[in-house]
Design a protein around this ligand. Structure first.
Ligand code: OAA
Length: 169
């Protein structure tokens, strides 16, 4: 990291620049993610967790230093349990995560809207998980059929979410 804070590139500009990229290095997530956090635009290197209706690895991640990274959660697309709520959203903001992108649900929507962190998820579901197993961290995951790998870079703004195998300028 250098100490020059660069603005986050717009996803539309990134898509203009990479629209002919058939290599798979540049990917666009399907437009099914809703915005729940107080931060609209965010970007950073990706950390992944994978879990199903059990947010144990999400809690562990957001309670550790985020260092400007984006937590990508493969929750299997489940609409039956919330993988992040107000407490964990506040922890993500407090610990310096740039954002959390969840292929699954969140709850405590009013609290999340006050959290100074980017939060994208499929929907709101008031039912929490029961924490029983660790889940996986730092594995390649699929969100809505799109591969996301640890160390990829993710860019999110009002227009959508894109992922690349390196930082884009
Ligand atoms: O703790 C959980 O499982 C989710 C939640 O409600 C919170 O983050 O406040």
């Amino acid at each position: 990291m250098n100490d020059v804070v660069s603005p986050i590139p717009a996803t539309c500009d990134l898509c203009d620049a990479h629209k002919g990229d058939g290599s798979g290095a540049f990917r666009v997530l399907p437009p099914v993610f809703r915005d729940f956090g107080a931060v609209r635009r965010f970007a950073g290197p990706v950390v992944t967790v994978k879990c199903f209706e059990d947010n144990t690895p999400v809690k562990a991640a957001v309670e550790s230093p985020g260092q400007g990274r984006v937590l990508v959660v493969d929750g299997g697309g489940s609409l039956r349990r919330a993988l992040l709520g107000g407490n964990l959203g506040a922890a993500a903001a407090r610990n310096g995560w740039a954002g959390v992108v969840i292929d699954g649900c969140v709850r405590d929507v009013a609290e999340l809207a006050q959290s100074q962190v980017g939060i994208r998820a499929l929907a709101s579901m008031p039912l929490p998980t029961e924490r029983k197993v660790d889940g996986l961290r730092d594995v390649a995951v699929q969100l809505q059929g799109v591969w996301v790998r640890p160390g990829d870079w993710l860019y999110a703004d009002e227009d959508g979410i894109v992922v690349a195998d390196r930082a884009l300028v």
